[in-house]
Design a protein around this ligand. Structure first.
Ligand code: CUA
Length: 310
């Protein structure tokens, strides 16, 4: 997990992304070769304009036969390779539902133990080597899920469920991005896919299924009270504390996430405090209002509490 997580088609870590990378290189290579050949022929023809050419041969050969052969070969190859993509559909795959919202991602798992839904945000953890079906939906406008190192894009459309089946082959953190313009903060609608070893994933999911832990230390305990006083629960759920609203991201285990604000800031106490104090300065247009009237000590406590929610 060193450095910035990869967001690159050219560094695949999943079955489908490998195919996409091959497509990119083969089509780019073939295109470059043909383009170069045409330019060489053009240069030759300009130099040797005195020589009689055989136009019929060039037109029939270069204009008809060659493209037919090359394009048929490329079509045949890409059709054969496409058939090896991970089969789309929920089938036996593990299902995770992802809803695109302005401008974040709500992620739902089903707890295999209790059957209850577990909500998290802006981070999709998946087990390496297992086929995962992402059921996609949008709450407001069209978004598009794209994690280049793992798979192709899929649009998320309000009122309709689309899906993307993928498989990660290497553990790691892969950055993804909304790929459909969805308003002022479209550029700040990122997410991270964390591919974990299956046992690690199962442990993570079991932990996520638990309600929020109750802080023992004084500062985070004070922060828990501030959360309720400030009526943060009007938008945010913390399971075990307040579960009335799902307008904003579920914060039950917010402290365990890598980033906040949908890929805006690395998650730590200072970033949490800055975000709560003035989200509009960090991500103008976001629906979260600034915590006006919150004194420094309360802000510090609230940030400590959120960090405590591992
Ligand atoms: Cu969501 Cu662009």
């Amino acid at each position: 997990m060193n450095g910035e997580p990869l967001q690159s088609v050219l560094h695949p870590a999943g079955a489908d992304a490998e195919v996409v990378k091959q497509f990119a290189w083969v089509l780019f290579g073939a295109g470059a070769l043909i383009f170069t050949a045409v330019l060489v022929l053009l240069a030759l023809s300009l130099r040797r304009h005195d020589r009689p050419l055989r136009p019929v041969l060039w037109i029939a050969g270069g204009g008809v036969a060659l493209p037919v052969l090359l394009l048929t070969a490329l079509l045949g190859w890409s059709t054969w390779r496409s058939a090896q993509l991970v089969p789309q559909g929920s089938g036996k795959a593990m299902t995770i539902s992802v809803t695109g919202k302005m401008w974040w991602w709500e992620v739902h798992y089903r707890d295999p133990a209790s059957g209850r839904e577990i909500a998290t945000a802006n981070e999709i953890r998946i087990p390496v080597g297992r086929t995962v079906y992402l059921g996609l939906n949008a709450a407001d406008v069209i978004h598009s899920l794209w994690v280049p190192a793992l798979a192709g894009k899929r649009d998320m459309i309000p009122g309709r469920v689309t899906g993307l089946t993928l498989r990660a082959d290497k553990p790691g953190v892969y950055r993804g991005q909304c790929a459909e313009y969805c308003g002022t903060q479209h550029a700040h609608m990122a997410l991270h896919v964390v591919a974990l070893a299956p046992a690690e994933f199962d442990a993570w999911l079991a932990h996520q299924a638990r309600p929020a832990s109750v802080p023992a230390a004084e500062l985070p305990a004070r922060g828990r009270a501030v959360f309720l006083e400030q009526r943060c629960q009007a938008c945010h759920t913390i399971r075990g504390v307040a579960e009335s609203s799902r307008l904003g991201p579920d914060l039950t285990h917010v402290g365990s996430r890598l980033q906040i604000g949908a890929g805006l800031l690395r998650n730590h106490r200072g970033a949490l405090a800055g975000w709560i104090a003035d989200p509009q300065a960090l991500k103008p247009g976001v629906f979260m209002p600034a915590a006006s009237g919150l004194d420094g000590e309360s802000l510090r406590a609230l940030a400590a509490y959120l960090e405590h929610l591992q």
